[in-house]
Design a protein around this ligand. Structure first.
Ligand code: HEM
Length: 534
């Protein structure tokens, strides 16, 4: 090493040392200034391995998985983390989570939603003022946001508008698999699912002419936004720190502006019509177009990896695949002399306990939702723990979903029959109740996912189609192998796989020329528009 280089290195180590000293000093001063004695009734403090900055570093490095790591260090059902600006309570017990989500006035999501929307959607001051405007004649906060959320819950609850969504999505999906010929197709599985699922779901939600049907390159664009949500939320020069997500946000808003300007929303679902009505109480159409990226993310971000893992679990286990084929086949009507196969999707809940249980077990094993709330007043939780006003709560489903105390010694195994009524009813009543409370892939309380019926029916329909009519095999012709799971970022609920997998999708013997269609209501009729048999 030259002496000049050695001097530079020596100098830079000195600078680094000085800088670290300054940062540490500032943190200690901050801590001294903000120090408040703790009430012994508050949840116990879990110290960081590196004083002061350990938890912040832990969250930056390990993201949502940090909660899982912390939970394994303690038996407390709730614990506190000292962060720079206050305390963060982490809750991992089903009973405490239930008590929190059932009290949305005290433990609210509203403030987090508004702060997150401002940075994630890049809202202007005018848009924020509209969002913050209280309801006329009362002091109810964020009425437009609340009406919009309610419109989504209303139109995706069981009923005609939900059936219409599912019929449209599944019949669009059929147009991806019906043309598959005798030689099959070679695809990257995750990418193929993301492509077919996104186009099907967008057609169901936005109608046959929508930004994605007009420009399929929006599928990776949406992924860029999704990947950068965390950085967009931080909002530190996002045009540089979250370049791809920042550009994706602009592209998507422009595409949806064109969609509304051309009035293609006339053919949209009840969901989009009701949402539009709620939002335009204050916002203009261009504002609405800027928010639609949120719908697109919500509708695909968990469903795409959910479908992927559900399929991989089944096609990696020949016994499970065979059992599911036997269970689902009676729900298919094949008219003599015709190549149509109509799948009675409405019958899944009643007649396919293994299929529905496998979906739930897939979610248990892969969904590690972390939901947040703020505390609006000092409150004793379940009469046990004092939660202080202004603190943040993070409720982590991951530790609940994998706890041997709740699920038994096989908690870390994939047991497809775990959620079957026959399995559940063999457990003591208290255990049944505990498992029910602990299973929370769709969140809970006031922010329970409104898309849970839509997503589950769509995904069950897609997976049943693949199980019945196709073989999904790896490159060497064998069963699929489970890929590794990607580190979970804070914005992700259903964890993603590492990389993708090359597969062949080919026709199952006896189902060579079958064209799929769906009966979503269970009355024997095939619903939906755009049904194409080719
Ligand atoms: C497997 C699929 C899905 C999973 C696991 C899932 C999970 C969740 C979870 C955990 C939450 C609550 C987040 C929180 O409390 O912070 C949530 C909220 C939400 N989800 Fe889903 N979701 C799925 C599919 C969908 C679909 C298909 C849609 C819509 C088309 C959707 C729309 C929403 C919306 C709008 C919210 C916010 C609700 C509100 O603010 O009231 N989700 N989802």
């Amino acid at each position: 090493m030259s002496s000049k280089m050695a001097a530079i290195l020596e100098n830079s180590s000195i600078y680094a040392l000085l800088l670290s000293g300054l940062v540490l000093g500032a943190i200690v001063l901050w801590q001294l200034q903000t120090y408040k004695p703790r009430d012994p009734r508050e949840p116990p403090m879990l110290p960081a391995r590196i004083p002061y900055i350990g938890h912040i570093l832990g969250l930056i490095i390990h993201q949502a998985e940090y909660f899982q790591q912390l939970a394994s260090r303690t038996t407390f059902p709730i614990f506190s983390l000292k962060m720079l600006s206050g305390e963060l309570y982490v809750v991992t017990s089903p009973d405490l989570i239930k008590a929190i989500v059932k009290n949305p006035k005290v433990f609210t999501f509203d403030e987090i939603f508004v702060v997150a929307s401002e940075s994630v959607f890049a809202l202007t001051k005018r848009q924020m003022d509209i969002l913050k405007e209280p309801r006329v004649g009362s002091n109810e906060k964020y009425p437009i946001a609340k009406d919009t959320q309610q419109s989504m819950h209303r139109t995706m609850n069981p009923g005609a508008s939900l059936d219409h969504l599912n019929a449209r999505a599944l019949n669009r999906f059929a147009r991806f698999v019906n043309p598959i010929g005798p030689t099959g197709i070679n695809v990257k599985l995750y990418e193929w699912i993301r492509h077919a699922f996104t186009l099907s779901t967008m057609e169901a939600i936005y109608g046959p002419i929508n930004p994605f049907s007009e420009d399929e390159s929006l599928i990776p664009t949406l992924q860029h936004f999704e990947d950068d949500i965390g950085l967009l939320y931080l909002n530190v020069l996002p045009q540089y720190t979250a370049r791809a997500g920042y550009k994706a946000r602009i592209t998507m808003a422009n595409s949806f502006k064109k969609y509304y300007d051309n009035k293609h929303n006339i053919d949209s679902s009840a969901l989009i019509k009701a949402r539009y009505e709620a939002l335009t109480q204050g916002f203009n159409t261009d504002d609405v177009a800027a928010f639609d990226i949120g719908v697109c993310v919500a509708a695909t971000t968990n469903s795409v990896p959910g479908t992927f893992w559900f399929l991989v679990r089944i096609f990696s286990s020949p016994d499970l695949l065979a059992a599911l084929r036997e269970e689902v086949e009676p729900l298919v009507t094949r008219k003599p002399g015709s190549n149509e196969a109509i799948v009675n999707v409405a019958g899944f809940m009643k007649s396919c306990p293994l299929l529905t249980s496998t979906w739930q077990e897939t979610l248990r094993s892969i969904a590690a939702t972390v939901t947040a709330r703020t505390v609006t007043e000092d409150t004793m939780l379940n009469g046990q723990y004092l939660l202080k006003k202004g603190s943040y709560i993070q409720m982590a489903a991951g530790p609940m979903h994998s706890s041997p105390t709740i699920w038994g010694p096989d908690a870390n195994d994939f047991n497809p029959s775990r959620f079957m009524p026959s399995t559940v009813s063999s457990l003591p009543k208290a255990e049944q109740k505990q498992r029910k409370t602990a299973f929370a892939p769709f969140g809970g309380g006031a922010v329970l996912c409104p898309g849970r019926y839509f997503a589950s029916t769509e995904i069950l329909g897609i997976v049943a189609t693949m199980v019945l009519g196709f073989e999904v095999v790896s490159k060497d012709g064998g069963s699929l192998k489970l890929p590794r799971i990607k580190k979970q970022t804070m914005a992700v609920q259903v964890r993603h796989p590492v990389g993708d997998m090359d597969v062949t999708i080919k026709r199952r013997k006896g189902w060579e020329n079958v064209k799929f269609a769906y009966d979503v209501v269970g009355d024997g009729a095939v619903e939906g528009e755009g049904l194409v048999f080719d």
